[in-house]
Design a binder for this molecule. Sequence first.
Ligand code: PMP
Length: 405
Amino acid sequence: AESWQNVPLAPPDSIFQLTAAYKADTFEKKVNLGVGAYRDDDGKPWVLPVVKKAEARLLSSPNLDHEYLPITGLPEYTSAAAKLILGADSPAIAEGRVTSVQTISGTGANHLGALFASRFYSFNGPKQVFLSNPTWANHFAIFKNVGVEPLTYPYYDPKTIGLDYEGFVGSLTTAAPKSIFLLHACAHNPTGVDPTKEQWNKIADVMLEKGHYAFFDCAYQGFASGNLDNDAWAVREFVKRGVPMLVCQSFAKNAGLYGERVGALHVIAPTKEASDRVKSQLSVLQRSEISNPPTYGARIVSIILNEPEMFTEWKRDIETMAGRIIEMRKQLFHLLTVELKTPGNWDHIINQIGMFSFTGISPEQSKALVDKAHVYLTANGRISMAGLNTKNVRYFAENLDKVVR
Ligand code: PMP
């Protein structure tokens, strides 16, 4: 018999399917609010000016070769990336307690972190991880792939279109001691709802009491507030307070390097000795998976992070992106509440954070937007704010108004 005769057909990835449908649509006013990639005010991909400069510098460098990187990646990239997320003055870095490994963007960081946990975490019972409900859909697949069963903790409350804080803390309290909780560091995907500083503090209290492990995923540093340090606040606070943790980091969004796959996994250990052992095991895992990570994107980010002028320019570029998104939130809110007087409360449009917004509309209403208005969004009512611009926000608001009336 044929070897692959019995392979079942897998469903297509819903988000990439949505993008394909958008591309195939010939309607002039079509709008893509599906995929989480930044677009400029003309709806076009934006290559950050600082990235163009870093690329030019890189390609003019006389000693550029195409040798393999070390297994754990480009050292000047990983060390600068650690400082970016943990803080340049991080005591954990100074004490040699941080292991940083260059990964295939944030997805690769999540995978390597999950694989490492699956092999070496002292699970208190079955191998399980708690994911926020809802979360980035890929989290489920990533943990299942390495034999860790994903469970969920309450996160989003549809009644308030905000955080289910009681449910979240309740889940932390009732989970078995030493459970792993995946936390979105900032700009939660898909809801755009983040805990406040007070809430983060309480979450840290309970995690310390119960000995839980924080598996931070940070895919949007800079996109929440427009400020890299503000958006790293929770991560740094947890390190300071000694919550056992790791962080997955991605430069896809904040540097617009989606396809270059630049990321890192940072594991914080209690001592330098433990950190050295962690590094040795991460190297063994990485070797069998990808041997060593790719050079191009890491070299670009390394230039940006290590040269003060480039770094300053990058921060301006991030402000440009975050600022445009925040402006779109304001315009959409104004159109719905003042001009169109759309029924319902729309405060969440301006209160939610980052690239995404959970509109609170039903799957039927979302479908009506796709079918009737050529506005592409996921069935859960999530919209990527980056897909809105000054030319299409009114068209979107008017059609949103129509489906909720
Ligand atoms: N985590 C979250 C929460 C995300 O939203 C994303 C991007 N959609 C990622 C990780 C990983 O993205 P990438 O692999 O492109 O860095």
